[in-house]
Design a protein around this ligand. Sequence first.
Ligand SMILES: *[C@@H]1O[C@H](CO)[C@@H](O)[C@H](O)[C@H]1NC(C)=O
Ligand SMILES: *[C@@H]1O[C@H](CO)[C@@H](O)[C@H](O)[C@H]1NC(C)=O
Length: 242
Amino acid sequence: MAKLLAFALIAVSATNVAFASTLRACLDPLPIQGTNFPLTHGIRNGPYVECEYNHAFASPQFCFYNATSLALTHAPNVPPVNDTTIPVDSNAACPTTLPLAGSYRINFPDTSGEFKCVTMSDGSDGAPVTIQDCDFTGPSNQVWSFVGSTIRQGDKCIDVTDGRNIDGVKLQVWTCADGNTNQQFQHSGGAILNQPNDIIHWLAHPDKCMDLTNGDETNGNQIQMWTCFSGNTNQMWVINQP
Ligand SMILES: *[C@@H]1O[C@H](CO)[C@@H](O)[C@H](O)[C@H]1NC(C)=O
Ligand SMILES: *[C@@H]1O[C@H](CO)[C@@H](O)[C@H](O)[C@H]1NC(C)=O
């Protein structure tokens, strides 16, 4: 009975959303009149998402979006946040809606305040999904796509080994297959990137969450599923732009 009640509480308290085309981010880069301006950063700023670009002549440039409606918000109408006046959006080329993000890193905030990255250790079926230092050079085995409820690189999906619904079952990659419930996840973050404490649930068993095994940040530690537990820092991820 206690178990049933706990499950019911999890089910109603988590606002799970499928990964399917839900996450939005600043364009990287922003094309203006044939020139690409690289994104400096995209952050949540109060009720807005702020996208900042390097511009050779008038740097920086900003696009502001309503973090709820995802619509472009022009800065002259934006009130100060914490007494800091938000810079004027002078950029008419901002998309009218915060664009969909195509690829992502799944980060774990380590004890030093840096991020580590969820990594496909290699591209073969059964290869462990691990935590590693983020590597921003060259082709990355840390950049994931969200397709439907799957988290994938090419045709390899994050997969709960043998679909075992037990605490401590490890995550691997496996060839993606439509309808394979071992490969379907949801997360509790909102529709935009950079939500802290994003909880990643197993869709088939939403009381199980992606969990950094023993909270051990050592490179190569294989990620597992564990019963979701509110406040468990081993289960708090941040989904970011690559
Ligand atoms: C405003 O300041 C408070 C207190 O320092 C902080 O917690 C909050 O995140 C700030 N909000 C923004 C949008 O910067
Ligand atoms: C953002 O959009 C929502 C929904 O349309 C609206 O209720 C809210 O007032 C907007 N916020 C700002 C700061 O404009």
